[in-house]
Design a protein around this ligand. Structure first.
Ligand code: ADP
Ligand code: NI
Length: 226
């Protein structure tokens, strides 16, 4: 199989400029810097795993361009916006289709809803996106998103749910701490590549530490645990 390996490709550079200008001012955790981190991490994993760089880079750059979370739950908005943007370039239909398929299938859809990726390139972009949802940055993004959506930080009366369908997951409006149990703590086991699994370990442990400390402070425990 022949892969395109053109990191400095004009299309990639123009796409990065386009996405940067559209997402610079976001305050929901889906800002340009999220895209840039996902792009760079995905590129590094793609190089290690010998994947098609062009597909990985374009999918990483365009993956949140019209996320369902900000388009009334419409899952087709993202792939459509990516296809519209890419249509101005003379790219092989196979590349464009692959990028759009990745964007259409990438998202987390609930604890009990599998999200299999059909290609190595898709697996890599999904891993990079999920790595950015955990660890210190993941914690910051979760609270940024919760604030953006007007969610409570924590409510002891509202336990986390384990969603069985994407529709249920989409409807959920629970407190942000619940999101750790409904998604973020589950991501480590759902990484596709070995590289991402390794990186996820440390970030996962950091979230567990954060949750322990949050609980201690919430409960007014003033002494260090033995
Ligand atoms: P995905 O498409 O898999 O949801 P994104 O790149 O859109 O991935 O990232 C989702 C981000 O939004 C994560 O950082 C996540 O913490 C945050 N997020 C999504 N839903 C919630 C929620 N209910 N509460 C808090 N944060 C959320
Ligand atoms: Ni994302």
């Amino acid at each position: 199989m022949k892969f395109s390996t053109s990191p400095e490709s004009d299309v990639v550079v123009a796409t990065a400029d386009h996405v940067r200008s559209r997402m610079m001012s976001d305050s929901s955790g889906h800002d340009w810097w999220h895209i840039q981190r996902v792009w760079h991490v995905a590129r590094q994993i793609a190089l290690e795993e010998s994947a098609d760089l062009m597909v990985v880079e374009l999918a990483a750059l365009l993956h949140d361009i019209a996320d369902w979370k900000f388009h009334g739950g419409d899952e087709s908005a993202g792939p459509r916006a990516a296809r519209d943007w890419l249509s101005q370039y003379d790219l092989a239909a196979q590349i464009v289709d692959h990028v759009c398929t990745i964007i259409a299938t990438l998202s987390f859809k609930g604890a009990n809803v599998p999200t299999p990726m059909g290609s190595l390139e898709g697996s890599i972009v999904q891993d990079a996106d999920r790595l950015d949802a955990i660890g210190a940055i993941g914690i910051a993004r979760a609270f940024a998103y919760g604030g953006h959506k007007g969610r409570a930080m924590y409510d002891p009366q509202t336990p986390p749910e384990s969603h069985h369908s994407f529709e249920d997951y989409k409807r959920n409006s629970g407190p942000t701490i619940n999101h750790f149990y409904e998604k973020l703590l589950l991501l480590k086991e759902r990484m596709n590549t070995r590289t991402a699994r390794r990186i996820a370990e440390e970030r996962h442990a950091f979230m567990e530490l954060f949750l322990r400390q949050f609980s201690r402070e919430w409960n007014g425990e003033l002494r260090e645990p033995e």
